[in-house]
Ligand binder design. Structure first.
Ligand SMILES: [Zn+2]
Length: 182
C-alpha cells in the first residue's frame, strides 16, 4: 500500500491539509491509499541559506530526516512561504525523488498574490493539481508534452490553470501501476 504523509511546515491551516487528504484518493481512484497528517515541521531558518541556494533545497535537505525506510512511503510537505530560487526566481514546488519527498508552496497559488480578489476554488484546484503532479514525479513519471495533463509543466499559475485535474491516457496507466490498481 502506498502511504503519503502530509507535513505542514510552519503554520498551515489544517483545512488545507484535510482538503488534500480527502481529494487525493478521489483523483487517484485509489481506496488502498493511506494518507496521514503529520505534526508541523519548523519553518526554515533563512540564515542557513547558502549563497545561490534555493529555499526549497534548504527545506528538502532538512526534511530528509523525516523520511523513514519504507519505500512505499512518500512525504508531501506544504509551506506558506515563497520558494525563492536565485537561479529561476521561484518555484511553486520541488521534489527529491531519491528521498521520496516533495514540497509545495501555497503562496503563489492564491489570487491575492497577484492583487486579485481571493478565489477559494481556484486556489484549491491549483493545489490539488500541483500535489498530483509532485506525486507523479515521485512515482517516476516524466514531464508530459500534453499541456492539459497533470504531468505537464506547472511552473506558474498559467500552466497550472490550463491543465485538467487528470493524468492523460499515457500517464494514467503508469500512476495505476505504481498504486497497484491496474
Ligand atoms: Zn500525460
Amino acid at each position: 500500500m502506498i502511504k503519503i504523509s502530509l507535513v505542514p511546515i510552519g503554520n498551515i491551516e489544517e483545512r488545507i491539509l484535510c482538503f488534500l487528504q480527502a481529494q487525493l484518493p478521489v483523483k487517484l481512484k485509489a481506496g488502498n491509499l493511506e494518507i496521514k497528517l503529520r505534526p508541523a515541521w519548523s519553518a526554515p531558518d533563512h540564515r542557513k541559506l547558502k549563497t545561490g541556494q534555493g529555499l526549497s533545497a534548504l527545506v528538502l535537505a532538512d526534511l530528509a530526516r523525516i523520511v523513514g525506510p519504507d519505500l512505499d512511503e512518500y512525504v508531501l510537505a506544504v509551506i506558506d512561504e515563497d520558494l525563492i530560487d536565485p537561479a529561476i526566481e521561484y518555484v511553486l514546488a520541488e521534489t527529491a525523488p531519491a528521498l521520496r519527498l516533495g514540497i509545495i508552496s501555497l503562496t503563489r497559488l492564491r489570487q491575492e498574490f497577484y492583487h486579485l480578489p481571493p478565489e477559494e476554488e481556484v486556489f484549491k484546484a491549483r493545489l490539488l493539481k500541483i500535489a498530483l503532479q509532485i506525486l507523479g514525479t515521485l512515482w517516476g513519471l516524466a514531464r508530459c508534452q500534453d499541456v492539459k495533463c497533470l504531468m505537464a509543466h506547472g511552473r506558474n499559475t498559467h500552466e497550472l490553470d490550463r491543465k485538467y485535474t487528470v493524468y492523460c491516457l499515457n500517464c494514467w496507466p503508469l500512476v495505476q501501476r505504481r498504486l497497484g490498481t491496474p
